[in-house]
Design a protein around this ligand. Structure first.
Ligand code: WT7
Length: 635
């Protein structure tokens, strides 16, 4: 028997040992016993991190939607697959059964086909958290099209960049979206983006807000009438295990966003297996992840992982603060949610509000509390554990990345004893390593280093779309034959991992991964700006907030500073999205630079964090005198 469901600590250690002693045999057994393959693999794994190349389940054939939907129809046809909770609490929730999901996905798949989408084509999905979003992902997978979901909070500029990078020929969007009290003109954003996207031939528009929008003739089509007419069954395209399933963009520390490519077989196996264990999912549980499907968390742990296990997965359209700060807990009570998975930034925001918002709701259905996206600080961990979990639902702090596809380091609830702020132990099959500055692995416990992974796991991203060299340079060149995560970590006396944060120029704001370079590039486009540098500084709700140091051109010096600040943030909102806005902008006459011209962000970070006691050696700077000026005028 395979070890699909781990139930106690001894078993974890035993299965872990097995999974690292012979990973191929281990994953073969899991894959064989728990999934539907049209043809089995010739070889479980071949890999070479120097190229890098990783292939799992070579030459196996499958369709992931048959695993996520069809195979449940005989046993769970009437069971709710997706439980949709609308933004407005007075609008009725929708219970979409597996049977209904099958029909909706097939219809959508047929609409895509009728609009010329073929296997291997890229489809951009820019939708709010409504059922059509999940259905669109699955419809693409049904016919072998590669979906590229762009979070519907991104600006038209960011959307256009992503559409063009992967040559999407069709976009699925909606007339608008609801977020709390606001409604947002999504279609308008798409229209602006498409001015720069000549490759897009068709836009399918779902109706959500009934806002008045313009439909471009010959390009834009209302989705619903097409779905109404479409046939309710669609033969699943037979895919190779290594065929791309989707592209999802993540920011890098430099350059354009990276289109991480995930493939089919390994991704399915790993997301399903982690979901089962890390949420201790049992039949009849009601699982809720509050992320947006526009992020990897939503792909893996709202859509694919839960559905592959035949689970009921909640999709929430709204925000934690609407109609009031009790909304999360109201929804938990209403749907008797058993597993709840959210981000530290949401926990910190809710912890600031009146305790009545939590206490007025019956949260006794909860069994597991998940956290993801950034390090969870001690205070937030305890608040979550005490007030939401009533010391009765383990907090699972799950560390992973867009690139890893699935959770990598995490406690298994009711199995791994938890320690606040620790992601604890590597999941089954994951072989972490901590590296020192000399590129040597730091062995033993009570040590710190840069976090790498030594051996492939099934859901590792295979490449960056259109740029394999960048993939190699970013993840496989820092340490020989290892995947470098970009994070620092420590391993305590019992071997538990604690993630200490990014060691590169990526800043995590409210759990969102933001690269400094694209933001700086945007600021530098302002006509009055000569140069800029962005750093993160601690923020009690967002985890990190952005602090910008801006050098003005000579004529800019005469401009009103607050107006300039607003214009810079406006420009960031337009080019990237509101999540990348700066909390503080300090105008400076220079930036601390090394003799080779590299900005010393370390120093700026310390100043921004009011941690100027030990700035380190600044005498080697090209312009050491600038440090005092920046400190004296620090905001
Ligand atoms: C980066 C990846 C994986 C889904 C959401 C983010 C940080 C993520 C944790 C955690 C400490 C965490 C890391 C990582 N991060 N989870 N539990 N503890 N840090 O995906 O946007 O690709 O960001 O988020 O720095 O490298 P992402």
């Amino acid at each position: 028997m395979s070890n699909y469901h781990i139930k106690h600590l001894e078993e974890y250690f035993q299965v872990y040992r097995k999974s690292v002693r012979n990973p191929e045999a281990f994953w073969e057994e899991i894959a064989e016993e728990h999934f539907l393959w049209r043809k089995k693999w010739d070889n479980v794994l071949s890999w070479d991190f120097s190229k890098p190349e990783v292939k799992w389940f070579e030459n196996a054939k499958l369709n992931i939607t048959e695993n996520c939907i069809d195979r449940h129809l005989t046993t769970r046809g009437e069971k709710t697959a997706i439980l949709f909770e609308p933004n407005n609490p007075n609008e009725e929730a929708q219970h979409i059964s597996y049977y209904e999901l099958h029909k909706r996905v097939c219809k959508m798949a047929n609409v895509l086909k009728e609009n010329g989408v073929k296997k291997g084509d890229r489809v951009c999905i820019y939708l709010p958290m409504i059922p059509e979003l999940a259905v669109s992902l699955l419809a693409c997978a049904r016919i072998g099209a590669i979906h590229s979901v762009v979070f519907a909070g991104f600006s038209s500029n960011a959307l256009a960049t992503r559409i063009n990078d992967s040559d999407c020929k069709l976009v699925i969007t909606s007339d608008g979206s609801f977020r709390g009290k606001k409604s947002i003109d999504l279609k308008g954003i798409v229209d602006v983006a498409l001015n720069d996207c000549p490759g897009v031939k068709t836009v399918l528009v779902a109706k959500r807000t009934n806002a008045e929008i313009t439909m471009v003739e010959g390009r834009d089509k209302w989705l619903q009438p097409l779905l109404d007419e479409a046939y309710g069954d669609c033969v699943a395209e037979i895919m190779d295990a290594e065929d791309p399933l989707f592209i999802l963009y993540t920011s890098g520390s430099t350059g354009t966003p990276k289109g991480m490519v995930h493939t089919t077989g390994g991704y399915m196996v790993y997301t399903a297996y982690t979901f089962k264990n890390i949420f201790q999912y049992k039949e009849n549980d009601i699982y809720w992840c509050t992320a947006d499907i526009g992020w990897i968390t939503g792909h893996s742990y709202i859509v694919y992982g839960p559905l592959a296990n035949g689970a009921t997965t909640v999709m929430f359209e709204g925000v934690p603060s609407y109609p009031d700060f009790g909304r999360f807990w109201e929804v938990v009570e209403k749907h008797k949610v058993t597993q709840f998975y959210t981000a530290p930034t949401a926990i910190r925001a809710l912890a600031k509000e009146n305790m009545d918002f939590v206490e007025n709701h019956d949260l006794s259905s909860l069994k597991v509390l998940g956290s993801v996206g950034e390090p969870i600080n001690e205070e937030a961990w305890h608040w979550y554990n005490n007030n939401v979990g009533k010391n009765n639902s383990p907090v699972v702090d799950t560390w992973w990345q867009t690139e890893t596809g699935g959770i990598m380091i995490s406690p298994i609830p009711y199995v791994t004893p938890t320690t606040p702020t620790y992601a604890t132990l590597p999941f089954i099959g994951i072989q972490p390593a901590l590296m020192d500055e000399n590129g040597q692995e730091v062995k033993g416990n009570q040590v710190e280093g840069r976090l790498c992974i030594k051996y492939p796991w099934p859901s590792i991203a295979r490449t960056i779309w259109g740029n394999h060299e960048r993939y190699r340079d970013t993840y496989f060149s820092a340490y020989k034959d290892k995947y470098f995560t970009g994070d620092g970590a420590l391993r305590d006396g019992v071997g538990y991992y604690r993630i200490t944060g990014r060691v590169d120029d990526v800043i995590i704001v409210s759990g969102h991964n933001l690269g400094t370079a694209p933001i700086e590039d945007t600021i530098n486009e302002h006509p009055a700006v000569a140069e800029s540098a962005i750093v993160g500084f601690p923020h009690d709700v967002k985890g990190n907030a952005l602090y910008g140091y801006v050098i003005l051109k000579e004529f800019g010096e005469t401009r009103d500073r607050d107006n300039l600040r607003n214009e810079i943030n406006q420009q960031i909102t337009e080019h990237i999205g509101p999540i990348a806005k700066l909390d503080k902008i300090q105008f400076v006459t220079g930036l601390p630079k090394t003799r080779s011209g590299k900005i010393m962000r370390r120093i700026l970070r310390k100043i921004a964090s009011n941690d100027t006691g030990n700035l380190g050696d600044i005498s080697t700077l090209l312009n050491p005198e600038i440090v005092k000026e920046i400190m004296d005028n620090s905001l």
